[in-house]
Write a new protein. Structure first.
Lengths: 301, 342, 268
């Protein structure tokens, strides 16, 4: 009896921590949504682009931290170009038009990344082994991967710092003003350009970090883009505009996915995690369309 | 764009005759290389049919649906199983029933559209895409418990005569696509299409005029899935030949999405233009790569550039011409006729 | 101004009864315990300062909003928890304050959508162009052409409505509502943003429809002149409550009404 409960906890904790990896991807979406009220479908491609470039730069000989910084710089350029070339011309268009444009952007980034760096799967060694931490295993009897734990810690750190940034600092306030009404915000002196720079830099960092953690686990490959699709159910549950929501959503998706896969999966030959998050999201939507933390949308006639 | 004319205009008749002559006579007689049939015409017609399905649900009814490939898979595997298990079932009968099965599944997965919209609905339709493929994959019955995991679509046999050569298969597809396109055009131009577009443009007003959102949306999902199901069956039996669920993955759904949007949202023309472009552009790139650059450019780079081009085109069209290539074509025709008048 | 003797359709019994309607949005009370009725064949105006709850009231009547309390009865049947399309079937149609046209469709296509309630052909009939569908389409098209002629918009009937000037768009929306052949028409500020000439035309259309077909009209209107001219009775709303109900002359001299308008001081 005891070992069954222990096993359940192991699965649960593993799922929760894997969920934080989803959260990190979702965080990028949330940042852009908070700053420009657009859903950036290309965020997944950005994760892929970021980590592939990072690995590519290291292959070219740049040392770890330098490559990291250069990649951040690259992501900032990508972000600002996106804002200038894609989002701004479409500012007054319908949500759907913007969405399609960001899907197009995703294609562009995927294609560019592959053209620049090639299609082979890369190994990414962060120095953190994807193996159970022995002393926890010995102490409680649960096997938790060191990588998962790191991901959880990193995600927690990012969420807390971003949340503080948004709610407590002047810059955060400015960001929210810009998202609400860029015209009004700029007319009272909020430096739009600086805000945009900050947001896209943050999104770039988040994308790179997420990409690194995922890359360390699964190798840096094209399949990373599909993983970004998984962030969508996370965002639906957590709400598109909520930073803590991204974490909670990720935890819920990650844990549910793992538990279902382990306990129900074997009856069907597995791979339930391919669709379960989406179905879960649908049920959630039917009850609470705006997500756990999102803002309620009222349509005025 | 459509006007309230449900009777056909003179140019409609002319276009129809020209296309029929081209499709059924000229092409089979003049095109000699099998490559053109197997690699261009056949997939183009099949994918255009699926794109018509996408147009119905997204272009006309305005529902953000991203699961076309899933319904294609449903149709394909339904057709395979029907022909396998029902003795003496004619091919066209199997096609229709496959379409109906896909339509029924489409109604079920379309139900969320009654409460959710936009990106949220897109995520819900992704559920259909992943779930359908998973079901086909995991339940061996669909693949007739074949241990190798690869099943081959049967030969197309109509009235006892097999249609297996490229030209034969092309003609079979052409018949189906012609009929279904005419049905689609009739619906799009008639009250059915107007109700779809009303739901797209202003659903509250549509409801206030007596349009049932429930019935209209589910009807659109059903018809859209029907088209995708038939397209999938045709695609499997004439192009893929070996049936694997993975051939109908999310990438294909995205491809059809691009065909629909680049071609021109809310037009039947757009389905054919978009499908044609997405299919032919890689051929063009390959040609350039081999003949102009003499194979100097790696194949992976070429396919990566393809993606970049499609992505850039999507962005450019959204900014400058959201109504897609069909609209560009219309503008071109207008200008041409203006010149003729002068 | 119509006298009782002039009318082809004499004003009759109540066709619409609004009973103790209360509507609130997340704590904000849009309408509070409001009751009034509309008599058959009359032209009923709803007036009041901005934000008084007039549009919300129309939305309650045609089913877009569900009031928390109270009930609405049309031709004796209660409309509660019914979707707008069923209410449309029962004979109520409307126009919208901020225009709710189908932007990508032509004017005549917009009006044709209004014929939905008079279309029995299903999608199979339409797909195969069966005689049933063809006949119906011809009839509906003819009816819509009549409306187009009546509203004097022949020139723009094939233009996508998104490209039309505001005044013409308002006319198309009226046409769409007329196409439903509803017995009760709810018009939300049908003349907003129009100049004197355009307003005169709209008044003419509204009155003609009321006289020719006996269609009961409820219209939200800000222009007092129009209200005096064409309405039989007026309801005055302020902050979601009724502060006046009666013939135009009576309401105009009602002190509470005057105070409400002066107090909120909105220019007409």
């Amino acid at each position: 009896m005891g070992s069954e409960i222990l096993f359940f906890f192991e699965v649960l904790v593993g799922g929760l921590l894997a969920g934080t990896m989803y959260s990190l991807v979702a965080l990028g979406f949330v940042l852009i949504y908070k700053a420009s009220a657009t859903f950036n479908f290309a965020q997944g491609a950005m994760v892929f682009f970021a980590v592939l470039s990072f690995v590519g730069f290291m292959e070219l000989g740049l040392p770890f931290f330098f490559a990291f910084l250069v990649t951040i710089g690259l992501m900032v350029i990508v972000g600002l170009s996106t804002e200038r070339l894609v989002l701004r011309p479409l500012m007054n268009q319908s949500e759907d038009t913007l969405l399609m444009a960001t899907i197009g952007l995703g294609y562009v980034l995927e294609g560019l990344a592959q053209a620049a760096w090639g299609v082979e799967v890369r190994r990414l060694d962060l120095g953190i082994p994807d193996f159970p931490i022995m002393f926890i295993a010995d102490a409680i009897g649960i096997f938790i991967s060191a990588l998962d734990l790191t991901a959880g810690a990193v995600a927690a750190f990012m969420v807390i710092s971003l949340a503080i940034l948004f709610t407590q600092t002047k810059i955060g306030l400015g960001l929210r003003a810009v998202a609400d009404d860029p015209g009004a915000a700029s007319s009272i002196g909020i430096p739009l350009k600086h805000i945009m720079l900050l947001v896209w830099s943050a999104a770039g960092v988040v994308a790179l970090v997420a990409g690194c953690l995922w890359g360390a686990r699964a190798g840096v490959q094209f399949a990373l883009v599909d993983l970004a699709l998984k962030a969508l159910p996370v965002l639906i549950i957590g709400g598109f505009s909520s930073i803590p929501g991204a974490i909670v959503g990720g935890l819920i998706i990650g844990s549910t996915e793992k538990v279902l896969e382990v306990y129900i999966g074997p009856f069907f030959g597995g791979a339930i995690e391919g669709w379960a998050p989406y179905v879960l999201a649908v049920f959630f939507l039917l009850k609470r369309p705006e997500g756990l933390f999102g803002e309620k949308i009222i349509r005025r006639v | 764009m459509s006007t309230a004319i449900s009777t056909y205009s003179k140019s409609d008749y002319i276009n129809f005759v020209v296309l029929m002559v081209l499709g059924f006579l000229v092409i089979p007689m003049t095109v000699s290389s099998d490559y053109w049939f197997t690699s261009i015409l056949i997939p183009w017609l099949c994918l255009a049919l699926a794109t018509i399905g996408q147009q119905v649900i997204m272009g006309y009814t305005g529902q953000l649906a991203l699961g076309a490939a899933g319904f294609m898979a449903a149709g394909a595997f339904a057709c395979f199983n029907l022909i396998l298990r029902v003795d003496g079932l004619p091919f066209f009968g199997a096609l229709i029933i496959s379409g109906l099965i896909a339509a029924a599944i489409g109604i079920v997965f379309g139900l969320p559209s009654l409460r959710i919209r936009g990106i949220y609905l897109m995520v819900a339709t992704l559920a259909s895409q992943f779930f359908i493929i998973w079901v086909i994959d995991k339940f061996g019955w669909f693949k007739n418990y074949d241990s190798s995991g690869i099943i081959t679509a049967q030969d197309i046999v109509i009235f006892g005569r097999p249609y297996t050569s490229p030209v034969d298969m092309y003609l079979v597809i052409l018949v189906v696509v012609t009929i279904m396109t005419i049905l689609a055009i009739n619906m799009a131009r008639g009250s059915t299409g107007r109700n779809w577009m009303a739901v797209r443009d202003m659903d509250v007003a549509a409801e206030s005029m007596g349009v049932s959102l429930l019935k209209t949306k589910l009807q659109a999902f059903a018809i859209s899935s029907f088209f995708c199901g038939v397209a999938g069956a045709l695609f499997a039996f004439t192009y893929l030949k070996s049936l694997e669920p993975v051939a109908f993955d999310i990438k294909l759904s995205f491809k059809i999405l691009f065909m629909c949007i680049l071609g021109g949202l809310g037009t039947i023309n757009g389905a054919f233009i978009g499908a044609g472009f997405i299919l032919l552009f890689p051929v063009l790139l390959n040609y350039l790569g081999n003949n102009v650059f003499h194979g100097a450019i790696d194949a992976t780079i070429i396919s990566a550039m393809e993606q970049v081009v499609f992505g850039v085109l999507m962005i450019v069209f959204m900014i400058y011409e959201p109504l897609g290539m069909a609209k560009l074509w219309e503008n071109l025709k207008q200008r041409f006729f203006k010149k003729k008048d002068n | 101004m119509n006298t009782a003797q002039d009318r082809k359709f004499k004003i009759g019994d109540p066709i619409l009864e609004v009973n103790n309607i209360s509507l609130s949005f997340g704590g904000v009370n849009a309408i509070t315990d409001t009751s009034f009725n509309v008599l058959e064949h009359e032209v009923r105006a709803i007036i009041g300062p901005n934000g008084a709850g007039k549009s919300s009231m129309l939305n309650c009547i045609n089913g877009i909003y569900k009031p928390q309390q109270g009930s609405i009865a049309f031709k004796g049947n209660t409309l509660s928890k019914i979707t707008p399309n069923i209410i449309a079937q029962m004979g109520i149609s409307r126009t919208f304050q901020n225009l709710a046209l189908f932007k990508r469709m032509s004017a005549i296509d917009n009006i044709l959508v209004g014929r939905k309630l008079h279309s029995k052909a299903n999608f199979i009939d339409v797909a195969f162009q069966l005689p049933k569908a063809r006949k119906e389409e011809k009839q509906n098209l003819k009816k819509c052409e009549e409306i187009v002629e009546f509203l004097e918009i022949e020139k723009i009937k094939n233009t996508p409505v998104g490209k039309l000037p505001y005044g013409l768009q308002k006319r198309v929306e009226l046409g769409r509502a007329l196409a439903t052949e509803a017995s009760l028409l709810l018009l939300d500020e049908p003349m907003a943003g129009m100049n004197v000439e355009e307003k005169r035309e709209m008044c003419r259309f509204i009155l003609e429809v009321n006289e020719e077909f006996g269609t009961t009209m409820v219209l939200i209107e800000h222009d007092m002149g129009v209200v005096m001219d064409i309405s039989d009775r007026v309801v005055v709303l302020d902050y979601g409550k009724i502060i006046g109900d009666g013939p135009p002359e009576e309401v105009r001299t009602n002190q509470k009404v005057i105070d409400a308008y002066l107090g909120v001081s909105h220019g007409e």
